[in-house]
Design a protein around this ligand. Structure first.
Ligand code: NDP
Length: 483
């Protein structure tokens, strides 16, 4: 007789005592915190608790931030040697490491992602971006980007809520290394780690005005985009807003990089190592609640292994722990906002009405906050909206294929092209498939692996330009091709 024993997990909560959240925040302009006139709340999406009141930047604040950034660019930062700039970047990186626990707790409280992810992924990677770019600051002439590379000037940077501190690092570190100054706006729902980063800039004694952080909503973002004192726009977010930015900057001299949406195919060939593949599928779509632009949200299974993969995937999903993001055992945390939850609910309902079959493991969701269980839809066809549109939540659409050629055709049948995954034990097949796929990042036998040395960016409606690596530096220098 087979006996099974199950162990209950004891709660393993991370303490929030390490962070001090002020009741109200202003903007960080010219090296100082200045108070705002209007405010809006930022909440913990896991509990709906109001964490703080955040300043809403209007035209005068945007003007002040751009002016401070220009002054710092002209008088200090563009004149400083790369070696000196590098020292500041190293200092910032080290302080971020020293204060990593504080950053991780704050990120989890404001964003809803599991503490395990903010602690082990977001914050270490953010620090790694500063270390990496610190190394480039005095070696730009040797990056193969021209013999005398010059910065662009003042960069306006607008970032989303899914990886708040990490997206800040992707934007600020290369800009500063290349000699630019910045005006950055974090997302409305996740401003707290950017404001803590402002304190780090003070602690590192970064010259005033090199980094300016203004908080606000989409209207503040649009003011940055349209400001005549800005030389470059770097944006990560939805394709829709990305298109509006492209239209706004088209008649200007502004440089632009856009990192937009995705609907990545994660392709499983029949020779794939199935157990590893199942881990990769789970990591591809349930990491960060699926709030990942490069999430493996379209699973393409070769028909002869589909049943086995789905069986193992479901039993793995039954073991995912959904709930309190501050618990160190939690795998899937809260949905970032009420609006995002509404979008996921709507698209999942479209999946039902279009005839796909929905499955979720049994899991008890907390009564307060915003939650959606890990979900898969089978019987999905290419015409279904859930196979075409970015859901940006823990929802996987499963399709099947018979031949490798069919897999490629289905994978490329999307307006996006940010990332893709290939699972196969044959190197030749992996190389063949990666050459056919129209995606900026292609992972083989892994998924959602990030490294500051590796360029990241999309084809088609997934965006323009690259971030990270040598290619990412090019986007902050004059006269260098961005691709
Ligand atoms: P947005 O593109 O609206 O937000 C991204 C950033 O841009 C935020 O800081 C936002 O401010 C700002 N912004 C909003 N409108 C404008 C504008 N007109 N001009 C300049 N900046 C603007 O994404 P959402 O948060 O609304 O998410 C909507 C969808 O976008 C998601 O459901 C998801 O599908 C996708 N998305 C994709 C991301 C990616 O990494 N590819 C990241 C985030 C979302 P504010 O937050 O204050 O509105």
């Amino acid at each position: 007789m087979e006996t099974t024993m199950t162990f209950e997990y004891a709660p393993a909560p991370e303490s929030r005592a390490i962070v001090t959240i002020k009741p109200k925040y202003g903007h960080f302009i010219g090296g100082k915190f200045v108070s705002g006139s209007k405010h809006f709340p930022t909440i913990n999406p896991a509990t709906e608790e109001v964490l703080s009141q955040i300043a809403l930047a209007g035209k005068a604040d945007v003007d002040a931030a751009v002016k401070a950034a220009r002054k710092a660019y002209v008088t200090t930062w563009s004149k400083m040697s790369g070696k000196e700039r590098g020292k500041y970047l190293y200092r910032i990186a080290r302080i971020m490491q020293e204060r990593a626990r504080e950053f991780a707790v704050l990120e989890t409280l404001d964003n809803g992602k599991p503490i395990r992810e903010s602690r082990d992924t977001d914050i270490p990677l953010a620090a790694a971006h500063f270390f990496y770019h610190a190394g480039w600051a005095d070696k730009l002439e040797f990056a193969g980007l021209g013999t005398s590379p010059k910065p662009l000037g003042v960069a306006g940077q607008i970032i989303p809520w899914n990886f708040p501190l990490l997206m800040l690092a992707w934007k600020v570190a290369p800009a500063l290394a290349a000699g630019n100054t910045v005006v950055l706006k974090p997302a409305e729902s996740t401003p707290l780690t950017a404001l803590l980063f402002a304190e780090v800039c003070q602690q590192a004694e970064l010259p005033a005005g090199v980094v300016n952080i203004i908080t606000g909503d989409g209207t503040t973002g649009a003011m940055i985009v349209n400001h005549p004192g800005i030389d470059k726009i770097a944006f990560t977010g939805s394709t829709e807003v990305g298109k509006s930015i492209a239209r706004a900057v088209a008649p200007t001299n502004k440089s632009v990089t856009l990192e937009l949406g995705g609907k990545a195919a994660n392709i499983v060939f029949d020779d794939a190592p199935i157990d590893e593949t199942v881990e990769g599928i789970v990591n591809g779509i349930f990491f960060n609640q699926g709030h990942v632009c490069c999430a493996g949200s379209r699973l393409l299974l070769q028909e002869n292994v589909a049943e086995e993969v789905l069986h193992k995937l479901k039993s793995r999903m039954e073991k995912l722990r959904v709930g309190d993001p501050m618990d160190k055992n939690t795998d899937v945390g809260a949905i970032n906002s009420k609006e995002q939850l509404a979008k996921i609910l709507k698209l999942a309902a479209v999946g039902d009405s279009e005839g796909a079959e929905r499955w979720s493991p049994e899991c008890k969701l907390p009564s307060k906050g915003f939650w959606f269980p890990p979900t898969i839809f089978t019987g999905v066809t290419q015409a279904h909206r859930i196979a075409r549109e970015e859901i940006f939540g823990p929802v996987l659409s499963v399709l099947t294929f018979r031949t490798p050629q069919e897999a490629i055709e289905k994978a490329n049948n999307t307006p996006f092209g940010l990332s893709a995954g290939i699972w196969s034990e044959k190197g030749s097949r992996t190389l063949w498939a990666s050459q056919q796929l129209r995606a900026g990042v292609i992972w083989a036998n892994t998924f959602n692996k990030f490294d500051p040395t590796s360029p990241f960016g999309g084809y088609k409606e997934s965006g323009w330009g690259r971030e990270g690596g040598r290619h990412g530096l090019a986007a902050y220098l004059k006269g260098v091709s961005h691709e």
